[in-house]
Design a protein around this ligand. Structure first.
Ligand SMILES: NC(=O)c1ccc[n+]([C@@H]2O[C@H](COP(=O)([O-])OP(=O)(O)OC[C@H]3O[C@@H](n4cnc5c(N)ncnc54)[C@H](OP(=O)(O)O)[C@@H]3O)[C@@H](O)[C@H]2O)c1
Length: 351
């Protein structure tokens, strides 16, 4: 029987959060085969799908750094795939590749220009999922945001929000490696324990605690030199109120606002930007694409030396687990990098 392929398609743009059963539909289509390949193309099967807060923004029909996903299109996502058949010199059948454009589908044909054939460092314990995790886009985001924009100096105070997530956990550890005193914030006591006990953060605060504001103030007695912002909203306002003179605010993301409908920025402490001469810089990781290779070499070195630890939350259940993955992302279900396993790679997978 001909192989079938599940895919997740956008049906309706959400006005706030993604609505289960409404925003997307899962559809079964006939899977393409090797006979459909043209020169320069690869037939891929998906192993892992990355779930990223930015995917919520791709559903809005407005100007951004990427065009919106159109109604009826397969949802865009970064994926780890295995090559089933190839008419490209880039990869052979059985190879593991990554692509940012195949989207959430089980089987697809991709042009070679949109497929990366990554090499992973020869370190003990390196696994396929590291391509989305510690050697993936979120780790690179943490690396460039912290080292190029934040530039923490030894002894400075760095605050990282959503610090138990994929980007935040790496950003916070890089600040520690650079000798800073790091205050991490996250949404559960379990996450805070992990940040303190396993990642060695100086302070970890649960932003859902009723006395969070007081604790945040107490944790920043010398004020904040670098704020790595993953959440925006109230925590950003709070950090502005505690900013040191010439603080650097790394504007990485604002997940607290993505489902808000109407977005709100910092309000009460906005003028601190002027009085404390704060530098706020937004960035998109792609800005640093030419330096990815050297960043990955540095990340591999830290991983090998045990200075950097990684964590993944992997949901099973294939494409059907996508809605649960979105729910976890926006309700804090994940620790470290969130992904869905579409197909478990067997031991023949070549890295
Ligand atoms: N600029 C770039 O190029 C770039 C690239 C990648 C990611 N980003 C941004 O980096 C941030 C983190 O992304 P990620 O992929 O690493 O995701 P992540 O941190 O692994 O997962 C998202 C986390 O955000 C927290 N969160 C959700 N809603 C929140 C709210 N209302 N207030 C505070 N925290 C909330 C949750 O943790 P808690 O349990 O702690 O609430 C959740 O686990 C996002 O803002 C994303 O857009 C930017």
């Amino acid at each position: 029987m001909a192989r079938q392929s599940q895919q997740l398609e956008l049906v309706e743009r959400p006005t706030k959060g993604i609505v289960p059963g409404k925003t997307f539909r899962q559809r079964t289509v006939a899977a393409p085969t090797a006979a459909d390949l043209r020169d320069g193309q690869l037939l891929l099967e998906c192993l892992y799908v990355s779930f990223d807060p930015a995917m919520r923004g791709w559903l809005d029909d407005r100007r951004s750094y990427l065009p919106p996903v159109q109604i009826g299109e397969v949802m865009r996502a970064m994926t780890i795939c295995r090559v089933l058949a190839s008419r490209s010199a880039k990869a052979r059948p059985g190879d593991i590749v990554t692509t940012a454009t195949m989207g959430i589908r089980e089987v697809g044909i991709m042009p070679e220009a949109q497929v990366e054939r990554p090499t992973l460092p020869a370190l003990p314990g390196v696994r396929v999922t590291d391509l989305l995790g510690v050697f993936g886009m979120t780790a690179l985001t943490a690396f460039f945001g912290m080292t190029r924009i934040g530039q923490p100096q030894p002894g400075e105070t760095v605050v990282v929000s959503a610090a138990a997530g994929a980007t935040g956990s790496v950003a916070a550890q890089i600040a520690k490696i650079r000798g800073a005193r790091v205050v991490a914030t996250a949404g559960s006591d379990e996450k805070c324990r992990w940040l303190r006990e396993e990642l060695g953060m100086d302070v970890a605060l649960n932003y859902k605690d009723p006395d969070f504001k007081e604790k945040f103030k107490a944790a920043t007695p010398k004020f904040i030199d670098v704020y790595f912002d993953n959440v925006g909203g109230e925590q950003l306002d709070l950090a502005l109120g505690r900013a040191n003179m010439f603080a650097r605010f790394v504007m990485c993301g604002a997940i607290s606002q993505y489902n808000a409908g109407t977005q709100s920025g910092p309000s009460r402490n906005f003028n601190t930007i002027i009085s404390q001469r704060i530098k706020m810089q937004g960035f998109i990781v792609f800005d640093y694409a030419k330096d990815y290779r050297s960043a990955l070499t540095q990340i591999a070195q830290w991983l090998g030396e045990g200075k950097l630890k990684r964590k993944e939350t992997i949901l099973k259940g294939g494409i059907a687990a996508s809605e649960e993955a979105f729910r976890q992302l926006f309700q804090g279900g994940n620790m470290g990098k969130l992904m869905v396993e579409v197909k478990n790679p067997d031991e023949t997978a070549r890295l």
